[in-house]
Ligand binder design. Structure first.
Ligand code: AP5
Length: 191
């Protein structure tokens, strides 16, 4: 089983590159952001709770997202591997994911971390906010809050996997295709 974490700050291109990855490698894409937005679109109690945090640019509580990922793993017992996008985002989430994958005897193979300047992140997200309908992209202050959450709570997740020598840093600026080729080269070296 090949389990990949695509890591990076908001707007670094995780979702964009995930779509290309799943087409090439046949992995099951698990994006906590997409799962949460699905709950919001159905106005479930979980979705309404999550929206309060997302609209402010804050992380949703760990127990909510860990529960969602646990259910998604259970729902895909025959997958040849998973691509985690936007998860784990805290140390507690990383520990929970390691435990869930230990049960499957299929640990994380590699974490690919996209590196993009803050200026470029803000530019991309504000541009998407003009058309996406994503409430967390339209407001400069909320975008900055998301980036602060990344630095204070999420960046440490890379340190966790670095201890096991599983992190590969990749420059996330350039065209989408150029970045994809860089990512594929990093992954193929680990396969
Ligand atoms: P989530 O949906 O995960 O959003 P995010 O991390 O803020 O990431 P984005 O989707 O904004 O960016 P991305 O890196 O995927 O880049 P993308 O490819 O989209 O999370 C949203 C919220 O949900 C969080 O703030 C939090 O509240 C909650 N949440 C989610 N997971 C959670 C968790 N595990 N724990 C707690 N809370 C959680 O690209 C961005 C834009 O840039 C696009 O318009 C794209 O077209 C463009 N772009 C991409 N690549 C390029 C390029 N090379 N050149 C130019 N433009 C590009």
């Amino acid at each position: 089983m090949f389990n990949l974490i695509l890591f990076g700050p908001p707007g670094s291109g995780k979702g964009t590159q995930s779509e290309k990855f799943i087409a090439r490698y046949g992995l099951k894409h698990l994006s906590t952001g997409d799962l949460l937005r699905f709950e919001i679109s159905r106005q479930t109690p979980l979705g309404r709770e999550a929206q309060n945090f997302m609209d402010k640019g804050q992380l949703v509580p760990d127990e909510v997202v860990i529960g969602m990922i646990s259910s998604a793993l259970d729902a895909n017992p025959h997958s040849k591997g998973f691509l985690f996008d936007g998860f784990p985002r805290t140390s507690a989430q990383a520990e929970a994911l390691d435990q869930l994958l230990e049960i499957k005897k299929a640990p994380i193979t590699v974490m690919i971390a996209l590196e993009v300047s803050e200026e470029e992140l803000i530019k991309r997200l504000l541009k998407r906010g003009k058309t996406s309908g994503r409430s967390d992209d339209t407001n400069d202050a909320v975008i900055r809050a998301r980036i602060i959450e990344y630095h204070t709570k999420t960046a440490v997740v890379a340190d966790h996997y670095q201890k096991f020598n599983k992190v590969v840093m990749v420059k996330g600026e350039g065209t989408v295709d150029e970045i994809f080729e860089r990512l594929c080269a990093a992954i193929d070296a680990k396969m």
